[in-house]
Design a protein around this ligand. Sequence first.
Ligand code: G6Q
Length: 551
Amino acid sequence: MIFGNSAQVNKTRAWKKLVKHYKKMRDVEMRGLFRKDPQRAERYNINLDAMMLDYSKNRITDRTMAYLIALAKTCKLPEKIEAMFRGDKINHTEKRAVLHVALRNRENTPIMVDGRNVMPEVNAVLAKMRKFSEAVRLGKFTGHTGKKLVNIVNIGIGGSDLGPKMAVEALRKYWSKDINCYFISNIDGTACSEVLNKLNPEETLFIICSKTFTTIETLTNARTCRKWLVDALGEHAVAKHFVAVSTNAEEVAKFGIDTENMFEFWDFVGGRYSMWSAIGLIIAIAVGMDNFEKMLDGAHEMDMHFKYTELQKNIPVVLGLLSVWYTNFFNFRSLAIIPYDQYLHYLPAHLQQLIMESNGKFVSTQDEYVRYCTSPVVFGGAGTDVQHSFFQLIHQGTSVIPCDIIVPAISHNEVGDHHEILLANALAQGEALMKGKTVKEAYDEMRRAGKSKEEAKRLKKYKSFSGNRPSNTILFKKIDPFALGMLVAMYEHKTFVEGVIWDIDSFDQMGVELGKQMALSLLPELQNQASSISHDSSTENLVSVIKRLRK
Ligand code: G6Q
């Protein structure tokens, strides 16, 4: 109870000061702030060796940042950061430590959970991953018939899919030439069939990723793939074509995978934070363990920045506080994440899970319903594609949507002047969102372009942009494994900061349970077995129409 007896963060002095401050800030134009202060870009900029955050295009002043930092202190953010790194059980609903930082603790300092240092186990799994991934890459661990395993299929869903899929795609340029990666997540038979149709069983390795090893989608897909393999190569082939990544050795053994072929992880690693563990095995096989470890190094660099840097100069802290500023005071309810790098096109999907599953919560750590908004809706896609789709709304819609614009200065594929055009577009979006275009500017521009007075008058509002729309620019030299590690860890910690301010448990995900439960009760009905559960009339009608259609 950090705010005293059932008090909530919105009752604190720090919050109330921000409410007052917001009233002064809500009509302040960023254009004016830039005009008045030639140092603005430098003032609101955090430059690390491998990346830079420019947050000057936000509706903030020094006073805003001071009030937000005061709020962070009121919420005991520094103490909570320490508690996470120390291994305290900060996932309080599940009574678990939250230690994805241990997975990339490259200095190997002891991290204790329940009196035991977890680092030897973490290091042992990393060593096992190195041995196995190298054996596969070098063709020393082969398939049942002696052929090299060149098709690597990750079977998993949610946290056991999105992170590795995003990272494998982001690092495509680092793939071993003869290895191809595939992902099966959806229970829709199409997902499985489309992948299997392309593959030769003799050359295919399946990695079943499931923390619990009870997830219906993953186990159903795994069984289908197992049958496909056994039909082609026989039961004895399974040991050479299936490995598992899980916390649940018992279920892995029941499935018929030798636990020798199992890579362990631990309940202190949440699914959406697990790409740094053996859940990232497919990444290690695709790009090599050295590159995987460079990714861990990048994440560790961000961890150390987050742990040791004063709040004002701390990238995840600043990003988290800006998110609170917009969500709770401006009432901006969404965040768009736009990587200007084709290889990062799965990043928004990964971050959507990371942020929305972590902070889409309505109960505080004091077991009370919160009386303020929590996570924004997160969406996004690769620039420039998205400029030709949803950016219309971002520029002229009635909702303001803060944007994170992620930019690598150098492309992995410097083709002609493509990358300069891409960069120009990335920067132009931030500038346009901030500056906008007044009705008068739109009118004058049309007149200069030769439009008649009547025409210019008729169109001037349509062609105006309100501007004053916030964005962060997150700049890297190039998206290499180290940079990717930093980038993803940055968002993990930003999410943590938001969760601390909102006083919620960012590490459980109970909200996904109800739908799963109901699916279990509907399945027997769709399979024509009796069910004792009655549904609402809409659901019952849908069941009977679907059954008729499937006859
Ligand atoms: C992530 C969630 C969730 C989980 C999947 C898969 O943080 O916990 O997305 O990753 O439901 O769970 P399993 O790995 O246990 O199959």
